[in-house]
Design a protein around this ligand. Structure first.
Ligand code: CP
Length: 309
């Protein structure tokens, strides 16, 4: 039963519950019009303490396409946060006005604190370098729709695997499906944190390999998941400048890739995928952004427990 629940971590939902959301997301993607009144009379609040394009707009578009309405802020200084209000008091207040809240925050764990004080479902829309569970739902729906399965895949994750919260969430989620393997492509300085390797990969006997060059492994991949170097999480600008262009995927690097490999990226992109790659049929990152809206429509319906059409 998903009605009234929070989504703070990709592991909060069972595999069956995720499947329920993905199945509904797939149904919505095929006929969104059919759901245009599902959330009439309901209000979604978006509390964004950090910048966003896809997550905020896709949540807002999702609620509007479901016939509901949206309130919120994208700039915390325009709310009483600027006067020093705590996240606990903010969510208690928002819960008086809205039926469901989406929170992005630079501090790891902030949405969890909000959930502790909230009478309405709270969705984590990204907390610091920690987790981004609705990006994971987006990635799962994209992979399921385009590859036809979530198991038996070789997944290459490339770029900033240290600070990239989407990568941390995706490893957790894909580790729950059978026979998936990970190839972790990053400079030494930006490797996946040890706690994820230990507590997720090693603990579950998941096969993984750490390498530094895309060209050495690209022919093995079913999915290449590119990520941006997360400038906002670096303590040292010089270190960021040194590492920011570690990977630039271009047509020459795709030479040996499988014909049916898919290229994903949570976006925004900076330099890590050359614009020429956008024309390659394997480039699916803008399609991925669209699946993000459909899966968020499904998530809102499930957490509100409104009638499906
Ligand atoms: N993928 C993602 O979270 O994008 P935004 O930062 O634009 O929301």
């Amino acid at each position: 039963m998903l009605k009234g629940r929070h989504l703070l971590d990709p592991m909060d939902f069972s595999l069956e519950e995720i499947e329920e959301i993905l199945n509904l997301g797939e149904k919505i993607s095929k006929n969104p019009e059919k759901f245009s009144k599902a959330c009439q009379g309901k209000i979604l609040a978006t509390l964004f303490y950090e910048p966003s394009t896809r997550t905020r707009f896709s949540f807002e578009a999702a609620m509007l396409r479901l016939g509901g309405q949206v309130i919120g802020f994208s700039e915390p200084n325009s709310s009483s946060v600027a006067k020093g209000e705590s996240i606990a008091d903010t969510i208690r207040t928002i819960a008086c006005y809205a039926d469901i809240a989406v929170i992005r925050h630079p501090k790891e764990g902030a949405p969890r604190v909000a959930a502790m004080y909230s009478k309405i479902p709270v969705i984590n829309a990204g907390d610091g370098g920690h987790q981004h569970p609705t990006q994971t739902l987006t990635d799962l729906l994209t992979i399921k729709s385009l590859k036809g399965r979530l198991s038996n895949l070789t997944i290459g994750l490339c770029g900033d695997l240290k600070f990239g919260r989407t990568v941390h969430s995706l490893i957790k989620a894909m580790s729950r499906y059978k026979d998936n393997k990970f190839i972790l492509i990053s400079p030494k300085e930006l490797r996946v944190p040890d706690y994820i390797k230990r507590e997720v990969l090693q603990k579950n006997n998941i096969e993984f390999l750490e390498v530094e060059r895309i060209e050495d492994v690209i022919e093995k991949l079913d999915i290449l998941y590119m990520t941006r170097v997360q400038r906002e999480r670096f303590f040292n600008e010089e270190e960021y400048l040194r590492l920011k262009d570690s990977y630039i995927l271009d047509n020459s690097k795709l030479k040996n890739a499988k014909e049916d490999m898919i290229i994903l990226h949570p976006l925004p992109r900076v330099n890590e995928i050359a614009v020429e790659v956008d024309e390659d049929k394997r480039a699916k990152y803008f399609e991925q952004a669209k699946y993000g809206m459909f899966v968020r429509m499904a998530l809102i319906i499930k957490l509100l427990g409104v009638e499906e059409c």
